[in-house]
Design a protein around this ligand. Structure first.
Ligand SMILES: NC(=O)c1ccc[n+]([C@@H]2O[C@H](COP(=O)([O-])OP(=O)(O)OC[C@H]3O[C@@H](n4cnc5c(N)ncnc54)[C@H](O)[C@@H]3O)[C@@H](O)[C@H]2O)c1
Length: 265
């Protein structure tokens, strides 16, 4: 899988991270974002980290027509992602089309694609250059060839791939988000303060980072969106977002990116 051309759609924190790990192994990476100036800004930041990398700005979606693999990392929303994949499947006739969704159904997104055999879920963890895992999720019609090529791609960028079924939250978020949500509920109930809740889970649970600091790091808006999507899928109360999380997001306290979440940065 040498000389792959990778297209990245959405140049936020995940898109940039995925672009970085692809460029690190010498792949040519084309970046596209619908927000004016976002792709340019991402390329500037990325070139600062890897000056020798082969990044190219995609001025429109048409520019990723020849990519072997196009990875989507845009807004976590069915309609927006489905519209994108509908266009992409016409523009790029033969590449693998992958979604980095955290909480949406890969199969439902695949329905927007003309040839669903080349559609797959490729769920990176944040921060991408640090976290070694990628979850690989096939849709009902994803071909064996697409799965094999995707697994080879993960190995080629130094990641460990774990395959799982297309069920809400996949493996990591299904287990992690309820824990974060429970930590927030515990804080809301006055069980202990934020520092002590995190200290308890680090020293008593063996976690490298406390759940509240982790929530701040992921982004409280992202945590809320994931929980809401998981809750909507099956109305399982395990995923019902805690009131304090909803309030924090309403107040614009989104965690590290706004310098205020459960902790101040
Ligand atoms: N943040 C995390 O920890 C994390 C982890 C794993 C997966 N994800 C998933 O990755 C995706 C992106 O998350 P993020 O945290 O990077 O978000 P982000 O808000 O940092 O970036 C999203 C980018 O997509 C662009 N965008 C939005 N709609 C677009 C469109 N239609 N076409 C092109 N560009 C568009 C935005 O301008 C923005 O630059 C989401 O699906 C999210 O669930 C996030």
């Amino acid at each position: 899988m040498n000389k792959l051309q990778i297209g990245i759609i959405g140049c936020g924190q995940m898109g940039q991270g995925i672009a970085r790990v692809c460029a690190q192994v010498g792949y040519k990476v084309k970046l596209y974002d619908s927000f004016e100036g976002a792709a340019e800004q991402a390329v500037t930041i990325l070139l600062d980290k890897i000056p020798t990398a082969n990044f190219q700005l995609a001025k429109s979606l048409d520019d990723v027509s020849d990519c072997d693999l196009v990875i989507e990392a845009i807004k976590e929303d069915y309609v927006t992602k489905q519209e994108l994949f509908k266009s992409l499947s016409s523009i790029n006739p033969s590449g693998i089309l992958a979604t980095n969704t955290s909480s949406l159904s890969v199969q439902r997104l695949a329905q927007a694609v003309k040839n669903p055999e080349r559609f797959i879920g490729l769920h990176f963890m944040n921060p991408v250059h640090v976290m070694p895992l990628v979850e690989v999720i096939a849709g009902e019609l994803t071909s064996v060839n697409t799965i094999e090529q995707t697994l080879n791609f993960c190995t080629s960028i130094g990641k460990t791939a774990v395959q799982c079924q297309d069920q809400p939250g996949f493996i990591v978020n299904r287990i992690l988000l309820p824990m974060i949500n429970q930590a927030i509920s515990a804080l809301e109930a006055g069980l202990a303060n934020a520092e002590d809740i995190d200290t308890a889970m680090k020293l008593g649970g063996g976690f490298p980072m406390g759940p509240l600091a982790l929530a701040d790091f992921i982004g409280l808006d992202t945590c809320l969106a994931i929980l809401q999507n998981l809750y909507e899928e099956g109305k399982n109360l395990t995923f019902q977002p805690s009131e304090l999380l909803v309030q924090k997001v309403k107040q614009g306290q989104l965690g590290k990116k706004t310098k205020q979440g459960f902790f101040t940065y």
